[in-house]
Design a protein around this ligand. Sequence first.
Ligand SMILES: [Zn+2]
Length: 408
Amino acid sequence: MDLCVRADRVISVSEPGAIERGAVLVRGGRIVAVGRAADLAPPEGTPVLDLGALTLVPGLIDGHAHLMLDGSAEPMRTLEAESDSQLLLRMVRNLGVLLRAGVTTVRDCGCRNHLSLVLRDAISSGLLVGPNVVSAGKALTITGGHYGFVGHECDGADALRQAIRAEAKAGVDFIKVMGSGGRSKPGTAGLRRSAYFTDEEMALIVRESHRIGKRVAVHAHPTAVVRTCAGAGVDIVEHCLWLDESAGYCFDERAVERIAEQGAFVCPTLAGFFPRHPAARGIDPEMPKIEELLPYFARMRELGVRFVSGNDTGAPYTPFDDLVYGLEIMGRFGLSPAEQLAAATLTAAACLGRDDVGALAAGRRADLVAVRGNPLDDIRALWQVEVVVKDGHVVHRRDPLAATAPAV
Ligand SMILES: [Zn+2]
């Protein structure tokens, strides 16, 4: 055995509740067994990492990030000023920030020139230490549309087919589609309240992507796009801001029912739209109001939608060490602490199509995070990351001299 990790509380997430005085046995970077420390005596000579009063949870998953952005007031400005070499180094730094915050897997939702794939492969081959990267590569959009300057500008069926095949050839993990406008650089087609693609085009995207084994994730601010996603069988609906075509909001219960029936996932990224930074408030008059959106998300939960963590990390005022803030917002629309934790672990792993992460269970990767407090009582315990283990190796211990995380 390579390692035995013990802690006063072990939350596997795959089983309800917690194991008091638990242990995790690790061999070859994978979990071999999880149980009570008294029942799991490792072979003699096995190194033991005894975490005492801490709680052990699975490595967290950031379900919607942009590694190429920097979370500043104007990430696009930073991006445009950099060469690919400079950008790659900054992305490495972003991955380090994620890892120290307990994120051991990240879903990248659109990147320039497939640089996220370079990092994914560097990490999976052991060249670099960092979170597992699951990446979309270059997003599909319309000519002049959101992310067009780093994506594929596609008009019509042939262009869509060609872009999907180009992405598959590049080796992406899933296909990202910009279904409407969003917060992008000036000069791109706003259309934040209407759809870029027709129902037929979206159906084609899903059909062609599924045919080559790729899931489809769609950026959807307006209700029109959420409806199109529900009709086409999109796997992951991002944002879901319920923007009506003209003004205000328009909630579509039938679309939500279809999304839930199909077992699709919704990644609300509300933290990215309601950043905590005071300077971020009021900068975008088009920004929806969180108080108005929360009841819609509460209803979506009642209808059985599976929510996935993710803040649109890297977007304006959305830093790489803030995943827990998004989980806190999920609590505001009714998720229990266990559901909040699942959104950042087991549910997110299912959304990514990964059965090797997201839980402390035999056969999964030994990606573990030790925190202070009990996240099943209060999810804010996840702010207090003390130790991060990736593939069975301790990759981070909190510096006792570092500024303390927000108090629980
Ligand atoms: Zn995004």
